[in-house]
Design a protein around this ligand. Structure first.
Ligand code: FES
Length: 140
């Protein structure tokens, strides 16, 4: 196609509206609070957990995945969701009670221990507690 044909086709100089793509800032998770004096910070609510089956926070520096403990559903488990192999974000497979990495299929137990490589280090586990409807984690 010659340049003149292309210009005629797209109507440069005509009233063809141009799409303007707005730059959207990275989405912040409004539910995450700064750490309290005891080191715990709010990462979400029990409502979030029940609705989504998990709370996943990927914002730096806080990276945390909270799920119900399959061995004791009244308790919660919090881990760093960064796979210890090369850093992909793991997923929680509730029906298998296992964290699975989508990149190279490493599997981790609910407590973060490696069940299947190639990862050879456990996920970092964090302290987690509930206050009212808030889920709080002490990361790091
Ligand atoms: Fe998770 Fe490779 S990054 S298995």
């Amino acid at each position: 196609m010659k340049r003149r044909d292309f210009i005629g086709l797209v109507g440069v100089g005509s009233a063809v509206p141009l799409a303007i793509v707005a730059c959207t800032p990275a989405k912040e998770n409004a539910a995450v609070s700064p750490p309290n004096s005891d080191g715990f910070q709010t990462v979400g609510t029990l409502s979030d957990l029940e609705t989504n089956g998990k709370i996943l926070i990927e914002n730096e520096p806080t990276k945390v995945l909270v799920v119900r403990d399959p061995a004791n559903p009244s308790s919660l488990i919090a881990v760093n969701p960064t796979c210890t192999h090369t850093g992909c974000t793991i997923n929680w497979q509730k029906d298998q009670s296992t964290f699975i990495c989508p990149c190279h299929a490493s599997q981790f137990a609910a407590d973060g221990k490696v069940l299947q490589g190639p990862a050879n280090k456990p996920l970092a586990a964090y302290q987690v507690k509930v206050e009212g409807n808030s889920v709080l984690v002490k990361a790091g």
